[in-house]
Design a protein around this ligand. Structure first.
Ligand SMILES: NC(=O)c1ccc[n+]([C@@H]2O[C@H](COP(=O)([O-])OP(=O)(O)OC[C@H]3O[C@@H](n4cnc5c(N)ncnc54)[C@H](OP(=O)(O)O)[C@@H]3O)[C@@H](O)[C@H]2O)c1
Length: 237
């Protein structure tokens, strides 16, 4: 008897999180960063972060927003430490050009590992520039997100939160690598097509013939959270 062996390569449970304007923008096109959410929702996001092993953002978000990507609540950090984890999740970013500042808050804050998945062509530059503050991984040309998730899984990441920007959300969704989406809608319009939208063009697995499952609608002050189940793994991690 010939037995076929199919190797199942595992990846983490992937949760996408984003807030957008009523007209679907993630930010304004102006110099000043746009705050879309409110304090209660930022606290909800903090609770979701605290449940994850790693948080990923694209390199443009690191440059534009200079995020710290840490768990803010001391109680949640303590709870993680009590469970034998670092106070905040591993930080992950993706770049093709390695034009990232080692002094950015992404790299300098938090007692946690930082990983940069870099396109093959810029890996050497990335190691020179960021090797002291992060682990630089050759992610392919361009970085292959499926392999990235598999690599994170092999590093012990069971639950990955993707916090933007639009380029990252688009790739996770079009590659069918997302299990859950948290979409927060802020009660105003941006009305400027130079600004970045939640997603750009692509072939999305969810379309009029294959609708995503709306799992929850929650009002949080003046914003609304829409929680979508995007895979059969929803809720299992
Ligand atoms: N409202 C929200 O929830 C929220 C959250 C996060 C961000 N934002 C906003 O979103 C905007 C940024 O979004 P964005 O779409 O412009 O950028 P992004 O997704 O943050 O980052 C895009 C960058 O990531 C790198 N990259 C992406 N895919 C890659 C691949 N497969 N291989 C190699 N490199 C890859 C490239 O970096 P290099 O350019 O370095 O090569 C690319 O320019 C900002 O305005 C930010 O404020 C909003």
């Amino acid at each position: 008897m010939v037995r076929s062996v199919t190797s199942v390569i595992e990846r983490p449970y992937v949760l996408l999180s984003c807030s957008m304007s009523i007209d679907g923008y993630l930010d304004a096109a102006t110099e000043k960063r746009l705050l879309l959410s409110n304090d209660d929702d930022f606290d909800r996001v903090d609770a979701v972060r605290a449940q994850c092993d790693a948080i990923l953002v694209g390199a443009r978000t690191v440059r534009r927003d200079n995020p710290r990507l840490l768990v803010r609540s001391q109680a949640r950090r303590d709870e993680r430490v009590a469970r034998g984890m670092r106070p905040s999740p591993i930080k992950v970013t993706v770049t093709s050009r390695a034009q990232l500042n080692p002094g950015a808050d992404f790299f300098t804050t938090g007692d946690t590992e930082k990983i940069v998945y870099c396109s093959s062509g810029a890996v050497e530059l990335a190691r020179d520039r960021l090797g002291e503050v992060a682990t630089v991984v050759d992610g392919g040309q361009p970085v292959d997100l499926r392999k990235l998730t598999q690599d994170l899984h092999s590093r012990g990441v069971g639950r990955l939160m993707v916090e933007g920007g639009g380029t990252m959300h688009t790739q996770f969704l079009t590659n069918d690598l997302a299990d859950e989406l948290h979409l927060v809608v802020a009660p105003f319009f941006v009305g400027d097509s130079r600004a970045r939208r939640f997603v750009s063009d692509g072939m999305f697995p969810w379309n009029p013939a294959r609708r995503a499952k709306l799992a929850e609608v929650r009002q949080i002050g003046d914003v609304v959270l829409l929680r979508y189940a995007l895979s059969p793994r929803f809720g299992t991690h």
